[in-house]
Design a protein around this ligand. Sequence first.
Ligand SMILES: CC(=O)N[C@H]1[C@@H](OP(=O)(O)OP(=O)(O)OC[C@H]2O[C@@H](n3ccc(=O)[nH]c3=O)[C@H](O)[C@@H]2O)O[C@H](CO)[C@@H](O)[C@@H]1O
Ligand SMILES: C=C(OP(=O)(O)O)C(=O)O
Length: 422
Amino acid sequence: MVRYRVRGGNALRGTAFIQGAKNAVLPMIGAALLAAKGRTVLRNVPIIEDVRRAVELAEAVGAKVELHEKERTLVIDASELTSPILPAEIARRFRGSVLFVPALLHRLGEAIIEGVGGCNLGSRNLDFHYLGYKRLGAVVNEGDAVIHVKASGFTGATLYLDTPSHTGTENLIMAASLARGTTVIENAALEPEVLDVIDMLTRMGAKISGGGTGFITVEGVEELHAVEHTVMPDRLDAGVFAMAAAITGGEVNLVGADLDHLGVVRYKLEQMGVEFADHGAVLHVRRDRPLRPINVITDTYPGFATDLQSPIMAIACLADGASYIHERIFDGRFALASELNKMGADIEVKENSAVVRGTTPLRGTEVTAHDLRSGIALVLAGLAAEGETVIESGYLINRGHSYLAERMQALGADVVQEISAP
Ligand SMILES: CC(=O)N[C@H]1[C@@H](OP(=O)(O)OP(=O)(O)OC[C@H]2O[C@@H](n3ccc(=O)[nH]c3=O)[C@H](O)[C@@H]2O)O[C@H](CO)[C@@H](O)[C@@H]1O
Ligand SMILES: C=C(OP(=O)(O)O)C(=O)O
């Protein structure tokens, strides 16, 4: 059992190092399994629980993997894959497990998916993935508990996504990279992590054009080779540390954060009274005035990232007036509201919209993280609350943020991680 204890009241000051991106490294581990020869080296790997699960899953299908935590480096030898089964006990613990399917189909001709996990955010379908595989020539059997996909070689086709799914785009690009002929993917995702994955696949020998335009063309190649690749910085981790400065009225330098990757999040925080100064690869963030309320509508990139919706809800509690938050990506992302209300917030949720009425002083209490981002939002609320906030389950936070307590402590925050027997 992992829990975080946060004592509020300190304005954060100092330097934080932004980790490598969770949502880039997971597809990259899946991509590494496409290389039948050589060893892949991934650098700037975030040391998070999802990466540990991905290592376990890669080993379960036969890859040899070394995670060098101190060096933040993964070495993956996928020359012998031995099992097409993504076992439930690992695959159900993280969403990234779905990103192993293209490699299993190319290398072993089948994938047996005993489960796919990830944050509990309401409905999280995979129909775009399966429809895409079918159009490329696969047979998909969707049982109650197990999904069996078979493909004896893919043939290029025109694919489309009803909405620009992040992992859906990555999976279909990986499936198309070793297909015979040309694949076009319409309405593809534009997220920076998708572009970083395209960059890695291109260096592996894939022929992909149109990344970042919404229309991606992939010319299939015979084989892909192992490469070394440095994972891009995590824009969600950067957003959270910027918001930690914002909620405490602090001033921080974020090493490795890319302001462009924050998209609309940057402008919304500026409207709330947060200042950003971009000094090359170091982003300076400060807030020295009262917080103003905000309207947020989540969207795919470059819109307001749904994964930063929970953290901004925590800040909105301290803004003077009513903030409106409309969630458009996931239908179950407001479990945070009742936890913040336990801390003294005034948040009313109606379907996919929330009204946050501030300013309400927050007080520490015992609260529950329902998913990764609501967990980190409760840490932010705790930083601004009077007294102690205790957040369980810390595992969910550790799925996506590395060395959180240490990095917060370096900024002067009173954040402690406790691990106890269940
Ligand atoms: C590991 C990873 O990269 N996770 C990210 C990824 O999740 P993930 O890739 O799962 O999110 P998607 O972009 O696929 O999902 C967005 C929406 O599309 C719907 N949908 C998706 C696929 C599909 O086949 N059918 C369908 O209906 C989902 O139910 C959801 O409502 O993007 C999300 C949205 O930016 C982020 O919150 C997650 O952090
Ligand atoms: C929803 C998230 O992750 P996942 O897709 O891995 O569940 C997230 O990172 O907030």
